[in-house]
Unconditional design. Structure first.
Length: 376
């Protein structure tokens, strides 16, 4: 029985082995409880399918071929999704796809730009050429008019002369009309270039606005969600420790009722600046909604996390916020969860939210950490 238990342990993932050790599991009954937490095979197949669909197609077909070959292997054995080497390959493909797609888009944009430039040059040349052509036709007409054919009594030649003069006049008129159309075409190309430039600027502005909360300048909830996925991937690969910190301004409704929504907006912006100033470059902070904020703080030692929390607490509680000529006293409550204590990010942020609720319930103006410490 002991050998059978040992054989089963050898087939567990590193994470499962760690869980086994942490919880002192030494019986088959304990193993059953652990194995029941595994994802169902049909869910893994669905996950593999969704993952493949989210990556393919790419703008760069070369990337599609490489990813397809990898997923043929995964589809044959969906449990490969849990293999760290396979996960690293998928992440590498995603990175390559973004870089290659950027390169293709830049190349296509460059081609369009070249085409517009060449078209503009062509129109300029055509207009210039047309101008000299009109002069040449005019010279021909003048030369024909200067020939006095009638003195020889050659009526036919005189008639021909008149026909040639009429034809030259007609050609001159047609070329003048073409010149006018070409000038109009050049103007439309220039107008199109301006519109393309304006659209590019608008696209960049809209993209930046969608990433930044319009009031506080912090990440929007959507942008925060995108960033936390990257941080969570790094945690899974490199075990980069981080904490989830939920902030909530105390009695914010009273602030709005007393100073109006303009006053409330000033308080929110000021608090956001405090968080932004205290948060390091490799950490993130976003507005989660209303008067709620969330920060992801990386740390190696517990004292680093405590220093960050105390720094924010000291700045807010030791200073008055200002609205017009009024001084406003502001406090906040917070809950802090440590990622390594949880099986997922979702579990960690849920714990931080619960600790925030406890801070509110127990008098506010305090920070509760899941290791039992309270900063007040």
């Amino acid at each position: 029985m002991h050998n059978e238990f040992g054989n089963i342990i050898e087939q567990l993932t590193e994470k499962e082995k760690s869980n086994l050790s942490d919880n002192n599991i030494s019986s088959n009954e304990g193993l059953i409880s652990l194995l029941l937490k595994r994802v169902a095979p049909e869910n893994v197949e669905e996950l593999a399918s969704l993952l493949e669909q989210s990556i393919i197609p790419s703008i760069c077909s070369e990337t599609d071929d490489e990813i397809s070959r990898l997923f043929l292997k995964i589809n044959a054995d969906v449990n490969l999704l849990f293999d760290k080497e396979i996960q690293a390959k998928i992440e590498d493909f995603i990175f390559k796809r973004v870089q290659r797609d950027k390169k293709v888009v830049i190349q296509k944009t460059s081609d369009i730009s070249k085409f517009v430039t060449l078209m503009s040059q062509y129109l300029n040349d055509a207009i210039s050429s047309n101008g000299s052509g009109s002069k040449n036709v005019l010279n021909i007409k003048e030369k024909i008019q200067s020939i006095n054919l009638t003195k020889d009594g050659l009526i036919e030649l005189a008639d021909l002369q008149n026909e040639l003069i009429g034809a030259a006049s007609l050609i001159e008129e047609e070329m003048s009309a073409v010149s006018s159309k070409l000038k109009s075409g050049k103007s439309k190309v220039e107008e199109l270039e301006e519109k393309v430039k304006s659209l590019e600027e608008e696209l960049n502005r809209t993209k930046n606005e969608s990433m930044t909360d319009h009031l506080t300048g912090l990440l929007t909830r959507r942008a925060y969600s995108n960033e936390i996925r990257k941080i969570e991937n790094s945690y899974q690969r490199n075990n980069t420790q981080y904490a989830v910190v939920f902030f909530d301004l105390d009695h914010f409704k009273n602030i709005n009722d007393t100073y109006g929504h303009d006053g409330g907006d000033v308080i929110l912006k000021t608090f956001a600046k405090v968080l932004e100033k205290c948060t390091r470059e490799n950490d993130i902070v976003g507005r989660y909604g209303g008067e709620e904020f969330v920060a992801i703080v990386h740390f190696n030692l517990n004292r680093e996390l405590l220093q960050y929390l105390k720094r924010v607490k000291t700045i807010v509680t030791a200073n008055d916020f200002k609205y017009k000529d009024k001084k406003v006293k502001v406090t906040f409550s917070a809950g802090v969860a440590i990622r390594s204590n949880h099986v997922s990010y979702a579990s960690a942020i849920q714990k931080a939210d619960m600790l925030l609720y406890e801070s509110k319930k127990n008098g506010r103006n305090q920070i509760r950490i899941e290791d039992g410490q309270t900063i007040s």
